[in-house]
Design a protein around this ligand. Sequence first.
Ligand SMILES: Cc1cc2nc3c(=O)[nH]c(=O)nc-3n(C[C@H](O)[C@H](O)[C@H](O)COP(=O)(O)OP(=O)(O)OC[C@H]3O[C@@H](n4cnc5c(N)ncnc54)[C@H](O)[C@@H]3O)c2cc1C
Length: 322
Amino acid sequence: MSVLVYTESENGKFKKTAFEVASYAKELADQLGTSVTAISINAENTNELGSYGVEKVLNVSNDQLNDFNAKAYASTIKQAAEKENSTAVVISSSADSKFISPILSVYLNAGYASNVVALPESTAPFRVKRAAFTNKAFNVTEINTDVKLIGLSKNSFGIKENSGAANEESFSPELDDANFTSKVTAVDKAVGTVTIADAEVVVSGGRGLKGPENWGLIEDLAQTLGAATACSKPVSDLGWRPHSEHVGQTGKPVASNLYIAIGISGAIQHLAGINSSKVKVVINNDAEAPFFKAADYGVVGDAFEVVPQLIEKLKEFKAQNA
Ligand SMILES: Cc1cc2nc3c(=O)[nH]c(=O)nc-3n(C[C@H](O)[C@H](O)[C@H](O)COP(=O)(O)OP(=O)(O)OC[C@H]3O[C@@H](n4cnc5c(N)ncnc54)[C@H](O)[C@@H]3O)c2cc1C
């Protein structure tokens, strides 16, 4: 018996969420009186996982898995869970993992709880707290199957370092054509230095910016902070920014540490997508804008005056602390 954790990577490097799910898996394993095994697919430096409580890593190195494929990845994780006789499998709530999870849940006959935000409040029966209604409520879900599949909500648990080293073992899952009924044939990545999904800081602009010609302001602030840029739905609908930047209920979810909203009113559909961000800052010239009720910090002011001053101060701060 063990807890299995799927540690996601991109281009060989672990994503930050990999360390968060590993940290969670370690504490879950302590609760269950067992240890943590990680399954990693085409990742380098897998020994890093030892620092987050992983005792064993099953290393998959397979060119067929270079591009994401939900069925093949689910089959790989299933075979690892069976090999390790795992009664709990922990996975992130990234877009890819949310593709994998329902398939894996069927493969393992496992009850699946998505958007889990805490360790189980009880393990027999197995009950976990989950975010619901786009983070506006919580529910407690009981999983009654032998194998439990837990999708951890990003930024809900944090990364906890442990001293330890992981034993590494190579693992070759059996995959056949049935696992590759669809496959990626080309990848067209959104341009930009930081992707919204992985960004620690996101600078987002709304219709208050008046037009695409003013986006230099958003880009300058983002560059100063090493942030990703995002926008509200009307901004991408108007063609001011690409759709890949649209965040909200019908756009991308954002779970950054810091989300700065500039000239965005704070409509419920926008807030639904950014609720998981830790600290929200709003800059808006209308003190009655609904965003102020959802924000941790707010500046009532004209973006065209406030943002250049903010950039200047940040640059000064960076220069003094370089
Ligand atoms: C089914 C459905 C799904 C939707 N999904 C999404 C979604 O996923 N994401 C999303 O964003 N929206 C979504 N919307 C649209 C949403 O309801 C709002 O219309 C939208 O979020 C408003 O965008 P905005 O805040 O940029 O623009 P506006 O509502 O026009 O707000 C602009 C803000 O800028 C401020 N402002 C103006 N000038 C300045 C200035 N000089 N300095 C500072 N502030 C200034 C104004 O005070 C105002 O608060 C959806 C709507 C529906 C019906």
